[in-house]
Design a protein around this ligand. Structure first.
Ligand SMILES: [Zn+2]
Length: 237
């Protein structure tokens, strides 16, 4: 089947829409604008292009849906991106706060043969190094670390925002997907997690908004996109 080659910008929008879709957040132009830190008119124009390309449709309520082809392409792009990230960290040893942009550059140059080789090379890893499922549709639901109460047991699931500056900050904090601990303290300026080995890891509450965890006891799930989702100039998956 012949598929029209998408531009880098189109791919990025599809990725962002797919992230909203996975997270169960409303797929609206406003949420895309917020997630990508772009102005409403810019987003409006690109959404129109995707619609004309029959990758998405827009309902009367302005809510966006994927067409079958749009969903297929978005899944493929997102899955491949996460696979490359995992390959770069696990096989090439690149730190996880440096792979997002690299993967972005590599993802459209990949042949199906190389993709198969990479899949074989990552062994049984099922997520990107930031915790997002490589095989889409297997996302584990979580709650923002910012909502968790003191004393709750937590396990870090994923970093929702992969803007590079934010990943550097998270790396420096010592937090990473899979880490287990307890919510040690929180106030207006800090959220502190005590890791299983006793280390205290501290984040700002706005960064804690972007970290999804499983918590026990758990706060209720969020239904809206947090205002502080994006701190960097650019949103990533
Ligand atoms: Zn990732």
């Amino acid at each position: 089947m012949a598929t029209v080659e998408l531009t880098g910008a189109e791919r990025e929008y599809l990725e962002t829409l797919f992230w909203l879709y996975e997270a169960g957040l409303p797929m609206t132009g406003a949420n895309v604008a917020r997630a990508m830190q772009l102005s409403a008119p810019t987003v409006h124009e690109m959404i129109g292009r995707l619609e004309r390309g029959e990758l998405i449709t827009r309902g009367p309520d302005k809510v966006i849906s994927f067409t079958a082809e749009g969903e297929r392409q978005a899944e493929e792009i997102v899955g491949r991106h996460r696979l490359i990230e995992r390959f770069l960290t696990d096989v090439l040893g690149i730190p996880w706060d440096e792979v997002h942009e690299e993967a972005e550059r590599l993802e459209h140059a990949m042949s199906p043969v190389l993709e198969q080789r990479m899949l074989a090379a990552i062994g049984d890893a099922t997520t990107c190094p930031h915790g997002h499922p490589i095989r889409v549709g297997t996302r584990v639901p979580g709650v923002p670390l910012a909502d968790v109460g003191e004393g709750a047991a937590i396990r870090v699931l994923r970093f929702e925002n992969e803007a590079e500056d934010l990943l550097h900050y998270l790396k420096a904090s010592g937090l990473e997907p899979g880490l287990e601990g307890t919510l040690a303290e929180r106030d207006e300026e800090h959220v502190a997690v005590k890791a299983a080995d006793g280390t205290l890891l501290t984040l700002t509450p706005s960064v804690a908004e972007t970290v999804s965890v499983i918590a026990d006891p758990s706060p209720p799930p969020r239904t809206a996109l947090p205002e502080q989702l994006v701190l960097g100039q650019r949103y990533g998956r």
